[in-house]
Design a protein around this ligand. Structure first.
Ligand code: T4K
Length: 363
């Protein structure tokens, strides 16, 4: 059987269908409907953050925040992230300035951020990569000192300690592959009321009232069907985390005596199983694929080596990003992965040898 990274954790079907029945009875399909509001309120309570604004996906969520903050010119972002972080900015005319990451957290390196600040910079956009929090204390100090806005891409980090109310705003993804999914979807969270009000207007074309447009806006709304899936998914969130944590434990046990790989702590929601492979990562990736295990090289290459950024960034030093993008491998987890699956995956890793025998067991 083929095993995927990012296989959706499907929620209770009966619960989802009962939400759908309600949608049919009300005949209210989108535009700030009751399920969207319920979803926002539940997440607000769970994360302990004052305002939640549900959006069509995290990419548009990032764009809405950037617009609502009035950003201009350059925004400093890590290069080691999914391309959406950078594209969200470029698509609205901002310039992502790529920064290397910290070797331990794999998040944006605050020391490096300082060196990249120019007169054109208007913000820092941190990414809580794989659910591990950025160094918010240091980043906010830098942002304050240079009068920059600070916001976060929290696409990976739902339910991870303290994340939700950091910076001006944070943006979660509820894409199908995430531990909470609304098919497609996202959530902006903030403790700043004025910003929240602006975001709500901008999400709906800038309408303040029926005939009154008071700001520039876009269609960033979440529909009721998406919110229904999100609510059903939220109801099983703790179960998903528990299963992911148990899966992580099985991986750790099965890989303890394999010397040339390190299994990294993935963040409190255990959404990603992240392996650092010291030998031929791509050889191992192919070996797994040939056995039906579709591991992923998240995130390879770093954004600074991707279209359309590569040309402008060629020759720049991005040591940690370049190293990790060549050595990271994400493995399957989630509710559809069994302990036997994990033993099989680890068996492939254990038995695999590249030309130099660079994956070694301790025995
Ligand atoms: N910021 C960061 C740091 C992000 O990682 C992301 C998204 C964003 C921002 C933007 O968030 P959104 O705008 O999407 O809300 C996947 C996801 O599509 C993407 O949302 C996610 N990050 C990224 C890390 O992973 P791909 O290009 O790897 O997706 P794909 O189609 O290759 O699917 C991944 C695996 O999941 C495959 O093995 C197949 C499996 N799968 C996928 C889907 C959609 C299923 O089994 N069932 C499914 O329904 O980006």
């Amino acid at each position: 059987m083929t095993l995927h990274v990012g296989r959706p954790n499907l929620p209770n079907k009966t619960q989802f269908l009962s939400y759908l029945t309600g949608i049919w009875e009300r005949n209210w399909l989108t535009n700030d409907g009751p399920l969207v509001q319920e979803f926002e309120q539940k997440i607000s309570k769970l994360l302990g953050v004052e305002h939640c604004i549900a959006v069509a996906n995290a990419t548009i969520g990032l764009q809405l925040v950037a617009k609502a903050l009035g950003l201009t010119g350059e925004v400093i972002v890590p290069s080691f992230t999914f391309i959406a972080t950078a594209h969200a900015l470029s698509w609205i005319g901002l310039t992502p300035v790529f920064c290397d990451i910290d070797r331990h957290t794999w998040c944006i390196n605050p020391e490096r951020v300082e060196r990249l600040i120019t007169e054109k910079a208007s913000a820092i956009l941190g990414v809580h990569l794989f659910g591990r929090p950025c160094d918010h204390a240091r980043l906010s100090k830098i942002a304050r000192a240079h009068e920059l806005q600070l916001f976060y891409d929290a696409a990976h980090a739902f339910g991870c300690g303290g994340i939700g109310g950091l910076g001006e705003a944070e943006v979660f993804s509820f894409h199908a592959t995430k531990c909470i999914n609304s098919f497609e979807g996202g959530m902006i969270t903030t403790n700043h009321q004025v910003l929240a009000e602006r975001l709500r207007l901008m999400r709906n074309f800038g309408f303040e009232d029926e005939d009154l447009v008071v700001s520039l806006g876009i269609n960033g709304k979440m529909s009721e069907v998406h919110a229904a899936m999100g609510l059903a998914s939220l109801a099983q969130f703790q179960d998903v985390v528990l299963v992911n944590r148990q899966n992580f434990g099985v991986y750790r046990t099965c890989l303890t005596d394999v010397l040339d790989v390190t299994l990294h702590y993935p963040g409190d929601n255990y959404q990603y199983i992240v392996l650092e492979v010291y030998g031929d990562r791509d050889g191992l990736y192919e070996a797994l694929r040939s056995e039906g295990v579709l591991a992923r090289r998240y995130f390879n290459p770093g954004c600074h080596k991707s279209f359309p950024y590569a040309f402008a960034w060629s020759g720049r030093q991005m040591t940690v990003t370049d190293y990790l993008s060549a050595h990271v491998l994400c493995l399957p987890t989630g509710m559809s992965v069994t302990y036997e699956d994990i033993e099989r995956i680890c068996g492939i890793i254990r038995n695999w040898r590249d030309g130099d025998g660079s994956i070694r067991n301790s025995s």
